[in-house]
Write a new protein. Structure first.
Length: 80
């Protein structure tokens, strides 16, 4: 995925700053794993039909406490 600020006018694509991430998502009936490179990002995930929580959430293979909110029947997960 590539991302830019969405507002700037681009004169020269070769000189324009952008961000690049690689995603790999694996999902089964009981687990879901999202791999992201580079790893230093703020991730916000949402789901309408499922709760984006795990019994033991992990970040970089270390157990992590995640802040979650529920707004407008959409569940959010925020991981920094």
């Amino acid at each position: 995925m590539y991302w830019d600020d969405g507002e700037s006018f681009i004169d020269d694509v070769a000189k324009y700053p952008y961000y690049h991430w690689e995603f790999y998502f694996v999902s089964t009936n009981t687990t879901a794993v999202l791999y992201i490179k580079p790893t230093k990002i703020n991730l916000e995930a949402s789901a309408e039909k499922t709760v984006p929580l795990a019994a033991k959430p992990a970040l970089n293979c270390a157990e992590k406490h995640l802040r979650t909110d529920s707004k407008f029947a959409v569940r959010l997960l925020n991981c920094t």
